[in-house]
Ligand binder design. Structure first.
Ligand code: GLC
Ligand code: CA
Length: 570
């Protein structure tokens, strides 16, 4: 059953990971919610796409305040998603197809409905009290510090039974665990072993760089006078972070063949190097956020909602810094999308006339880089953002809380707030997977928990698999190339023309083989001239999103709107 280990650990550098957001992937029983049997029924689809690893967003028991990122039992499957037997069947089905499974490990916080917290909140001398982070509540109820939670409001929630506040970096139903307590760490290691012993192949670790909190929890710098202040910067690089991760590695990860990726908001290059260092680090790779933050105004208290267009030169500078910094000693994860981000084709491509071309261009740009590419469900179809006209159609707690604060507390115009939601809401990524052109995109036979994007009649997997020129077939070919070309895995990255605001071009070099990637990020034609120091005699086109004439030299050419080419130069 679940014992076949399809791939030796060293091969993960050639892997492509596919992320499944189970609530929105495939509903097998018509209750409108995606589930584990639904995933099992689509494994052949993943196999055909050619991915090696699945990252499965949380499927544990949860009251779903934050769609499973609030866990009340780490060893049970959420009722809506199925049973443990369904899980075992799914895992065996993946392994039988040579696909490995990375579970989501959410251990910066639990649900407030977790039995540990239920105990902890009862009294100060409860044995579980020290599993969480508390501060006395003074008579005037003043807050222990000025930190704002990720989903709006203070990070401090009163607990009348003990006369204290507890800390929650996310929603008030997600109390932060106290990692200073060795018992908490042992609980985490034990639950990791539980899943590894079942045969899972690794973990994606939720906000893992937030587990070590600074002593004294001092105030955050004031950006907006008279408000609570953004607080992530205070906790994403705590004093014991590396120590905790190394302990986890020594006590758990070293005893299994695992693949690990840590989610790390605000990660610095230094943190990336420290954590992914093959000799002294702890995890295989990190999700850093630098590129995801480039289209928000820095230092603005509104965070990601302070919209600003992407400058391609910023993207080049950021990606290139990470490519260089982790060269040979660490490893990058490569992503443009996941369940927390808008759809890349709407964000940095064009989801109108050039939807197909720009989705392929963005994929070429990402899959040519060094690191492990991640494909988020629907990205391989060029799925787009959704633009619901009514706030009632949104489900995401971050979106709903932001809307409420902006409209009710700050009296902003609802239409303006909705316009920002259309650009940045996490629900853009969470509308149901579009399998075919039938009702609800074939996701469910019932009423989906969130409405399907109306463009499912055009944008769907059935159409894409029938069309040789689709985004889906393009992804399939890109994924296959990674297995065929060592230069894609090992080649050293170098950016070309850092100042060009329209075309992103780079090379990867391995021995005398040079891989060239050229991407036009605009809806206009652009002239591209290769710098003369890139010497070659022959060019071989590997993949492109337009028909390229064999006589058309990449030395100097005109790129069509969102044109992308990947070539080998010899
Ligand atoms: C991570 C998850 C996100 C979740 C948050 C709190 O950022 O990706 O979906 O809301 O952590 O667990
Ligand atoms: Ca279901």
């Amino acid at each position: 059953m679940a014992d076949a280990r399809p791939m030796p650990a060293a091969d993960w550098k050639q892997s492509v990971v596919y992320q499944i957001y189970p609530r929105s992937f495939c509903d097998s029983n018509g209750d409108g919610v995606g589930d584990l049997p639904g995933i099992t029924s689509r494994l052949d689809y993943l196999k055909a796409l050619g991915v090696d690893v699945v990252w499965l967003s949380p499927v544990y028991r949860s009251p779903n305040d934050d769609n499973g990122y609030d866990i009340s039992d780490y060893r049970a499957i959420m009722d809506e998603f199925g049973t443990m037997a369904d899980f075992d069947t799914m895992l065996a089905g993946m392994h039988a197809r040579g696909i490995r499974l990375m579970m989501d490990l959410v251990v910066n916080h639990t649900s407030d409905e977790h039995p540990w917290f239920q105990q902890a909140r009862q009294s100060r001398d409860n044995p579980y009290h020290d599993y969480y982070i508390w501060r006395d509540m003074p008579a005037d109820s003043s807050l222990p510090n000025n930190w704002e939670a990720a989903f709006s409001g203070s990070v401090w929630e009163p607990n009348p039974a003990t006369g204290e506040y507890y800390l929650h970096m996310f929603s008030k139903k997600q109390p932060d665990l106290n990692w200073e307590n060795p018992k908490v760490r042992q609980e985490v290691y034990a639950l990791m072993r539980f899943w590894l012993d079942k045969g899972v192949d690794g973990f994606r670790m939720d906000v893992i760089n937030m587990i070590s909190k600074p002593a004294g929890l001092p105030d955050a710098p004031v950006i907006r006078a008279g408000h609570l202040q953004p607080s992530f910067g205070m906790v994403t690089n705590g004093p014991r972070l590396l120590e905790f991760l190394r302990e986890m590695k020594a006590q758990v990860l070293d005893h299994y063949e695992t693949l690990t990726v840590g989610e790390a908001p605000l990660a610095t290059i230094q943190q990336g190097q420290d954590i992914t260092n093959v000799y002294t680090g702890a995890l295989n790779m990190l999700f850093q956020f630098e590129h995801m933050d480039l289209d928000a105004i820095p230092g603005d208290g509104r965070g990601k909602w302070a919209l600003k267009p992407l400058a391609l030169t910023d993207l080049k500078a950021s990606m290139s810094r990470w490519q260089d910094a982790l060269w040979q000693t660490g490893w990058n994860s490569l992503y443009l999308s996941n369940h927390d981000q808008p759809r890349p084709v709407s964000r940095w491509g064009d989801d109108g006339v050039y939807r197909v071309a720009s989705a392929k261009m963005l994929a070429t740009f990402l899959h040519g880089l060094q690191g492990t590419p991640y494909v988020y469900q629907g990205e391989e179809l060029g799925m787009t953002n959704v633009r619901f006209a009514r706030i009632e159609d949104y489900r995401d707690i971050e979106t709903l809380n932001m809307y409420r604060e902006a409209v009710q507390d700050r009296h902003e115009a609802p239409a303006e707030v909705l316009a920002r939601i259309h650009v940045k809401s996490r629900d853009n990524a969470r509308t149901p997977m579009q399998w075919d052109a039938t009702a609800h995109g074939g996701f469910t036979t019932g009423t989906p928990w969130m409405q399907t994007n109306p463009n499912h009649t055009e944008v769907n997997a059935a159409q894409a698999r029938d069309d040789a020129d689709s985004v889906w077939h393009y992804y399939r070919r890109l994924i296959a190339l990674r297995k065929q070309l060592p230069v894609l895995v090992e080649g050293r990255y170098a950016l070309l023309q850092p100042e060009d605001p329209n075309v992103y071009a780079y090379i990867r070099t391995l021995g005398d083989e040079v891989l060239l990637v050229v991407c036009n990020f605009t809806p206009r034609e652009q002239v591209f001239v290769l710098p003369p120091n890139v010497a070659f005699e022959q060019q071989q086109l590997l993949i492109a999103n337009y028909v390229v004439n064999a006589a058309d030299s990449v030395r100097a050419c005109t790129l069509r709107p969102f044109e992308a080419r990947m070539l080998v130069l010899r």
